[in-house]
Ligand binder design. Structure first.
Ligand code: SF4
Length: 323
């Protein structure tokens, strides 16, 4: 148990929904649930596909395959969910409603929404903790999970605990998060609570738990990224843009071209080319061809267990990512 973080009576819940990015913190939260004795058959992983199951515009191509392999290894079900058209469609939205959400369920694919008020985007999300301006986190992750829970009657029958992996060390905004509270989907018809079990964990503790499991970290960490954000995350550092331009020129080019066409940049002052000019590629990205190939491949083919386990180059490194 984590000293200092409020934690719930785990015996009160029949279902544990882990919002699972595939990053180190949500992986540590999952491993911690298992260590606390939560049975694997009570846990389900929910992963939100930022690109809406389409070709990669923002996210790492390998991430869905990685979380699928990891879920199979641990023996827990994985449910993918996404907003139709993903980031790219929401970015181009013009006088039209936000697209519907689709979500995998035990019985097939469900859908919700899509008939809200018309609106227009056109601007990349802003790099702020304000989720009205940083619209990607809300529209493509938080609201997607909420829609998947609100639109499945199976969540009515018994209490559910939603588990997420934010850590206070990541940003001042996250340091203000509440460790345990009713989830936004809790209502008269369903009891859903929200627990952030690793909120007060250090990065050292996170990696220690993963090392013990021998689970291979997402390739992004091996290539030098300190956090698993989208591959072309709006919070990308100069070194990350320099790395992307060097090793994933096509992905870099998609964002560069969108900036050119729209005249709107991700960064408030510089376009991604000038950001990349100010950084240096991560050395690890140039020396791990297998991980690099896997990172850009939708099909997961590396072993999920890494024995001997090795701390990835990105650990304790560049912490650029959502605040
Ligand atoms: S990882 Fe970055 S780009 Fe992706 S949804 Fe989060 S803030 Fe947006």
């Amino acid at each position: 148990m984590s000293a200092g973080v409020a934690y719930p009576d785990l015996g009160a819940y029949r279902r544990f929904v882990v919002a699972f990015s595939g990053g180190k913190d949500s992986l540590a939260a999952l491993l911690y649930l298992l260590e606390l004795g939560v049975p694997a058959d009570a846990i389900e992983l929910h992963h939100h596909d930022v690109d809406g199951r389409g070709s990669s515009f923002m996210d790492w191509p390998c991430t869905a395959g990685y979380v699928r392999a990891l879920a199979a290894h641990i023996g827990v079900p994985l449910y993918l969910s996404w907003r139709e058209g993903g980031f790219a469609r929401e970015l181009e939205r013009s006088s039209s409603p936000t697209a519907p959400v689709l979500f995998e369920t035990p019985g097939g694919i469900g859908t919700a929404g899509g008939s809200g008020p018309a609106g227009t985007r056109g601007l990349f999300p802003q790099t702020t903790a304000d989720l009205r301006l940083r619209w990607c986190s809300a529209a493509l992750k938080i609201d997607v999970l909420a829609a998947a829970i609100r639109n499945q009657a199976r969540f009515h029958d018994s209490p559910t605990l939603v588990v997420t992996g934010e850590r206070a060390e990541e940003s001042p905004a996250r340091a203000r998060y509440v460790p345990f509270q009713p989830h936004r989907t809790s209502s008269r018809v369903r009891i859903v609570d929200h627990w952030r079990p690793v909120l007060d964990w250090t990065e050292e503790r996170i990696w220690a738990v993963i090392a013990e499991s021998l689970i291979r970290p997402h390739p992004a960490y091996v290539l030098g990224w300190g956090r698993l954000s989208c591959r072309t995350c709006i919070f990308g550092s100069a070194d990350q843009w320099a790395t992307l331009r060097h090793v994933f020129p096509a992905a870099f080019g998609l964002v560069r071209d969108r900036e050119k066409v729209s005249g709107k940049t991700i960064h408030r002052a510089l376009d991604v080319s000038r950001r990349a000019d100010r950084g240096r590629p991560y050395p690890a990205a140039l020396t791990h061809p297998d991980e690099l190939a896997q990172a850009g491949d939708e099909t997961w083919h590396l072993p999920i267990i890494m024995d001997p386990w090795m701390l990835p180059a990105g650990a304790f490194g560049d912490a650029a990512g959502p605040t």
